[in-house]
Design a protein around this ligand. Sequence first.
Ligand code: MSP
Length: 657
Amino acid sequence: MAESSENPGTFYVSTPIYYVNDVPHIGHAYTTIIADALARFQKLRGKEIFFLTGTDEHGQKIEKAAAEKGLTPIELADKVVGRILDLWKDLNIEYDFFIRTTMDFHERGVQQLFQRLLDKGDIYKGTYKGWYCVSEENFLADDIPLEPDGTKVCPDCGRKAGVVSEESYFFRLSAYQQPLLDYYAANPSFVRPPSRMNEVSSFVRQGLKDLSITRTTVKWGIPVPGDPKHTIYVWFDALNNYLTGIGYGWKAELCGKFWPADIHLIGKDILRFHAVFWPAFLMAGGFPLPKCVFGHGWWLKDEAKMSKSKGNVLDPYQILNAFGPDALRYFLLREVPIGLDGNFSHEGFVNRVNSDLANDFGNLVQRTLTMIRSYFGGTIGECGAEAEEDAKLRAEFGTLKERVFTLYDEYAINKALEEIWAYLNAVNKYLAGREPWKIAKDPAQRPRLARILCQAAAAIRGISYLLYPVMPTTADKVWDFLGEKKLLYCVRYQDLAFEGFKPTQEIKEPHPLFPRVALKDFLGEDPPRIETAKAQPKAAPAPQKETHMDQISYEEFMKMDFKVAKILKAERVAGANKLLKLEIDLGTEKRQMVAGVAETYASEDLLGKSLIVIANLKPAMIRGVESQAMLLAAVSPDGKAIIPFFDREVAPGTKVK
Ligand code: MSP
């Protein structure tokens, strides 16, 4: 449908559905983060979004993994799904539907699609004999040579394949060789990036054989309609999620509205399934094809593919706990174009985050807003006329906005971020060159000072909207500091303008957006205040040792700003048993903090209570929430926190010494 300002249209984006044999790692998070960023961008464009993700739960791989763990396949699936849902929540992934291939509407939908192709003659019964890799759930190509011991090794995972010989239903893939080639020729951007289109078309040109799409040896799968000793091949089952997940077979109007998908995001390893088999199934079923299959690169660790056996799998929580979701989202999307492989190094991560986020962006926000508060009490008010340099900053935002839209539209997210950073640095230069802190000393220059700070705040606001797809949590914080109205999607990108910032807006006290974390802290030599993501095995409580602490001077003690805080709100931190998020009143300001007291206190026990906090401890990210103070509590031998409360009323903010 053509875009118009009245109806910008729809946008349907999907991730692969993840296997449930193991917990997700950074590679899985990557695809989902890309999809989330694209969905959020299109949402701010005003499009109606459908963002589908989910899990691939049938097949021999899952059957085997469950048996090894002493679980039934569905028990294993339920456990892993819980972990995946937690991770998506902690990464701030805003999907519309999470499909599980064990959901009954999906199973029915797959059977209907199977039947449709059977009725048409595109599925027929025969006998299959060949080499099959359980780990990849894939048949080996005929040209793979035999090993000296007479077996074959899977070229994708290096594991031994087994011989399968059984009655099977086949999909007439050979009949779709020419239609696929014609389709690729007519739609060169169906597979992206272009290098992957070449890969796919040369594979298809070599010839396509019919595909066995059922098993009699696998019990954990969807039964073939009318012939239940066969189960449907896990890839036929899984690929159809893209239709059943938007209502095929159960909600026709949804399906009609969103199909064909705008983009299937996948890793390059599963390109053939999505760019050859899937379009052939769809052609056979008489469905239009998705507009784009985008094969992204891999995240490698130490230049190697992550795998459990190599011990190089990156746990997203190691980063999430220390830095929160946006630093990880930013790094993965900024570091490499999404078509290429990236090599993850902790050092590279920490450097990029400290330099781009803490220094360039975090400091700009902190400095600008603090100046507005201290020079203007929070509201700039009347500004002096726009000088040439001010107009330049404004005009540059207009062109930046257009370039960034185009780049997001073309899935060039890393380039969009590069452009935003170039502008951000220009804003930093603008401020450094104008030296508002000097101008502030001269009362006659107040209108000029107001103009400079207004331009900087307007630029920050504009940048925050452009960054929103990649860093939604941060954008939300900036909007809060700026006193933006919290109608999240009210500022459509079309309406985003530099002038959208009004000097009458009341600026709230900013808090550091990205606390700097040193590499050694991150890697654990001297662990920062981080709550571990998942429960650690519990050791018996250690007998309390007499600990000898160094003496400190009175001056050193006085550096610590202990204050009385009154608890205004308390709620549990999702997914963390020990943590409560508290909103506290410190007399002159309110703050939020995270405290490890949930094992001893329920939220309602704490409401209205006053306690002691240290108010000038550096903020820390705990489970993705910024903690802006720390409370004092005794720690009992079994590790529980016991808070000393006051025995009479004390005003919030009262100094404790
Ligand atoms: N279940 C199939 C997909 C079926 S879609 C109809 C599957 N699942 S998977 O869990 O093994 O992988 C899901 C996605 O994660 C794939 O796109 C894969 O490329 C991606 N990644 C797994 N490891 C990765 C990296 N190290 N880096 C980037 N992405 C990687 O395949």
